[in-house]
Design a protein around this ligand. Structure first.
Ligand code: ATR
Length: 278
């Protein structure tokens, strides 16, 4: 019997996850199926139940995408430490009646940075833009890489300050989030080696009011959005930074989920190349 997996979201038609996991399965010889499921906005739990109940083989897991990551967190019967820090779940594993919630987004970002882009966060001065779910999800994995510093900046200053305070108390991390995390206006004169855009500004075309000086020498600018040239990417390029979009993170978070489920780590380079091909 084929083990079944799915990605659940709303909207879901655009999702690249079925293709990515099909490529992983073919490459590693794993016998799985992976489908995309559109859930009603108030129908996430029902969609999970229907997925588990239906089908030929056993349902083993699901990826969760917008807008259900927080609801998946609440529904999970157990959560990993990285899911707890993120406050959101993007990977569910169904095991003997339990629903284990994990979050592979931050690990995906770190792996893309280190393995695909040659940009080890260790020792770097990191500026994280945004203080919503996307930003929160990557903080713990970044801190565990021991950056020189991690500063959070957000349009709404209080939200950044609250998030910074929460993570500055995190036990087990040698590096804390800078407690002086801030609004964009206070970035003047400060330089960073890695600037990560975790705001959703890229989706609306809005320009972030960042000083050019934020992008230090040999800076890497990482845009979590993929599939388009955002204003942030143009800004970073103009300031001389090396620019990456979030396609690598998408593939790496999927690979981490595949590893969680199957215990096999797929090679991501050919999958990333296939996605870039069209
Ligand atoms: P996500 O889960 O994608 O992080 P979110 O929780 O709605 O979504 O958070 C969106 C983030 O993008 C927030 O940090 C938001 O800033 P505010 O806290 O000030 O709302 C940021 N954001 C969205 N549009 C923006 C814009 N035009 N300029 C600057 N920041 C923006």
């Amino acid at each position: 019997m084929t083990d079944r997996y799915a990605v659940i979201g709303n909207p879901i038609g655009h999702s690249k996850s079925p293709r990515i996991h099909a490529l992983f399965a073919a490459q590693t010889g794993q016998d799985i199926s992976y489908q995309a499921i559109l859930a009603e906005k108030d129908g996430f739990a029902a969609a999970i139940s229907a997925f588990v109940a239906a089908g030929e083989g056993p349902a083993r897991g699901a990826n969760v995408t917008l807008p259900f990551k927080e609801e998946a967190f609440r529904l999970a019967t157990r959560r990993t430490a990285r899911a707890a820090a993120a406050g959101a779940v993007n990977t569910l594993s169904f095991e003997a009646g339990a629903m284990i919630g994990d979050n592979t987004d931050g690990a995906g970002l770190v792996r893309d940075l280190k393995h695909n882009l040659g940009c080890d966060p260790g020792g770097r001065r990191i500026l994280l833009l945004g203080a919503g779910g996307a930003a929160r999800g990557v903080i713990l994995p970044l801190l565990l890489e021991n950056p020189a510093e991690l500063l959070i900046a957000n349009r709404t200053e209080e939200t950044a300050a609250r998030l910074a305070l929460e993570f500055s108390r995190l036990p087990g991390c040698a590096v804390a989030v800078k407690p002086d995390s801030t609004g964009f206006a206070n970035l003047a004169g400060r330089q960073f080696d890695l600037v990560i855009n975790a705001t959703s500004a890229g989706l609306s075309g809005a320009v972030l009011p960042l000083p050019t000086s934020s992008f230090g020498p040999r800076c890497v600018a990482y845009e979590m959005v993929y599939g388009r040239e955002t204003a942030f990417m143009a800004q970073a390029r103009a300031a001389g930074a090396r620019v990456a979009d979030g396609l690598g993170m998408l593939v790496e978070q999927a690979a981490e989920a595949f590893f969680v489920w199957r215990g096999v780590r797929p090679h991501t380079a050919p999958v990333l190349a296939a996605l870039k091909g069209n």
